[in-house]
Design a protein around this ligand. Sequence first.
Ligand code: PPS
Length: 290
Amino acid sequence: MERLNVTEIYGGIEFPGHLHTQESLQAASEFQFRDTDVLVATYPKSGTTWLQEILTLIFSKGSLEPAHTIPNWARAPWLEHLYFNTLVPRLNPAIPRLFTTHLPSQVLAPALKKSKVTVLYLARHPKDVLVSFYHFHKIAKFLPDRGNFDDFLDQFLKGKVHFGSWFTHVQGWLDLREEVNVNLITYEDLSQEPRCTIQRLCGILGCQLQSQEEDIILKNCTFSAMSQNSMVNYSLVSNKFLDQTKGKFMRKGEMGNWKEHFSPEQNKKFNAIYLTKMKDYILHFPWSLD
Ligand code: PPS
């Protein structure tokens, strides 16, 4: 599958034709979850790979074998990707099935409501998401050229980027909490309180870890450790699709990197839109706008 210049539109949202087809997107919306399944839901660049790695090591109780031998996309396959069906039968039957999605909640809500699946919704400061996504467009050949940083910021704020509006994505998944077991985790929690957040995840998932097992997870999920792990740093993906000579997938791994990118005018514009759109949701998040 190449289709690097193809865009699939599904539910009014654009997806890269590389990895997504109408059929794969439709199949995701009809997926039959099991009550024991765990679904990581994120807007792109929110720390998906990080949470996949932590969950892999929680379920393996600190054994490094799966994290060091199986690529993240095979351990926690994306529901909407076209190779999804080939990966599901290969999942380890001894642990809960772990899936990933970037889909907006409205596409998956009917399927999710039919089961007691545990959803972990991972959110990140939207300015850091924006910056990370901007840089990702420079290396991902399956994403269109969206111009300079100012152009990208405009399109991001209007929701006119692949995977749709960050604002609608976050709101939709938080709203679903009334009907589905959706748990909000943030990139900032993982950065600032990693051990507490791992313990919180264990509580949600009904897992128990020894403190030495937590230590192993903490050590292997640092930015530096993950940058060197070929199973999560996307070095297994051909340069034809992801050109990491132009920048790295594991780029900075920081909170607040947006401050090195936003001009005062861009910041003002972003804040005004954020405050209008997110006014009913602000208290859910640990970040401040400045
Ligand atoms: S994707 O393409 O949507 O799956 O990308 P995603 O994994 O959601 O997000 C990539 C960003 O997460 C950062 N990252 C980390 N930060 C801190 N610690 C760890 N361990 C870690 N792992 C991944 C990654 O560097 C990307 O952020 P930026 O800001 O671009 O560095």
